[in-house]
Write a protein that binds this ligand. Structure first.
Ligand code: SAM
Length: 331
């Protein structure tokens, strides 16, 4: 496994605030009315695009996931534009207010705290409503953690599937990984995102993960896909301590587990290849274990489920839900 971290003087340093506010040319013509989805940096402020700055400087208002976070960005670039909050909890209500302004010819930008809006971040409700109201929607592309991690992962970029965050609950996370593995192993192409690449290259599977859940997630990857499964973990992308851990699931887990603390944002990437030996090494689903206990120990379904819940550290109702889910996936 290779472990690469950027040296202290790498180019990933955050640039100092410009001494003079940015002077932006107004562009070829005034900004057209419409909804602008503006990507912002995921760490390194140099990753804002010139077009993003021009759009942010020219809109009537910016709808922000967190107005305080966006205020820092705007102040860094010397921009003064009215902001309004637009987040998971007020997305639907705020959308109608913004759509009314857009329908009367407004220019509104949407930004999230970092990266591309509407990717594991607010934005998609407003986009759908804008389209329905006949408002023009403009993507202003830029930084995105999943794609930045993918292109330097060494895993296949020919075909990839982005799954957002893994579930926060342990049982649901295990079931998600088991379902993915079962689907890959059986070659069932349940959705377009699981299609292999053109020349049969495997699909790379991308997940967002948090520092406090990553060890549990990697333990599940080892248990479900086997210790030798090829993975990559991208941490602190575009920042001073950017790091890629590439290798087998067990190696990456051991490297992280040996650290006194785990910090930073991260993207977990799994190779889509399931080999025969990994197939044998994989663990069973809740439904498999329940069936096994009924057959081998003659337990009732209820007692078998209770036993499996206990062995997996799950509550009875959580185990029951997971069991129902794995059962229905088998049908
Ligand atoms: N909209 C963002 C994008 O375009 O990437 C993603 C927002 S999502 C709420 C935040 C998650 O993205 C983090 O928990 C982490 O998994 C990933 N992420 C964001 N910035 C990152 C970075 N600099 N390095 C690695 N992962 C990052």
């Amino acid at each position: 496994m290779s472990e690469i971290s950027l040296p202290e003087d790498a180019t990933a340093t955050i640039p100092a605030a410009p001494s003079e506010p940015w002077t932006l040319s107004p562009g070829p013509s005034p900004l057209a009315p419409g909804l602008y989805l503006v990507a912002t940096p995921i760490g390194n402020l140099e990753d804002i695009t010139l077009r993003a700055l021009r759009v942010l400087a020219s809109v009537d208002r910016i709808a922000c996931e967190d107005t305080r976070q966006t205020a820092k960005l705007l102040s860094h670039f010397g921009l003064r534009v009215p902001t309004v909050s637009y987040h998971d909890h007020n997305e639907t209500g705020r959308a109608s207010e913004l759509i009314a302004a857009l329908k009367s010819g407004g220019r509104i930008a949407v930004v999230s705290d970092a990266g591309t809006p509407a990717i594991a971040d607010p934005g998609s409700v407003l986009v759908r409503e804008a389209i329905a109201a006949g408002v023009t929607v403009y993507p202003i592309p830029g930084a995105n953690a999943a794609l930045s991690g993918l292109i330097a992962s060494g895993l296949s970029t020919e075909s990839f599937a982005f799954h957002g965050f893994l579930p926060s609950k342990e049982g649901a996370r295990r079931t998600t990984l088991e379902t993915l593995r079962t689907t890959l192993a059986s070659g069932q192409l349940e959705s377009g995102s699981l299609n292999p690449g053109k020349d049969g290259t495997p699909t790379t599977h991308l997940f967002y993960e948090t520092p406090h859940r990553i060890l549990g997630a990697l333990e599940d990857v080892v248990a479900v896909f086997g210790p030798h499964h090829r993975i990559a973990l991208a941490r602190e992308l575009t920042k001073l301590h950017e790091e890629f851990l590439r290798g087998s699931a067990a190696e990456v887990l051991a490297t992280l587990a040996a650290r006194p603390s785990i910090r930073g944002e991260m993207v977990l990437m799994l190779d889509g290849t399931i080999t025969q030996s990994q197939d044998n090494a994989s663990t069973k689903t809740i439904a498999d274990e329940v069936t096994h206990l009924i057959r081998t120990e003659g337990l009732s379904e209820k007692d078998a489920l209770k036993r499996v819940a206990k062995s997996r550290g799950l509550g009875k109702s959580e185990a029951y839900r997971e069991w129902q889910r794995t059962q229905s996936q088998k049908r």
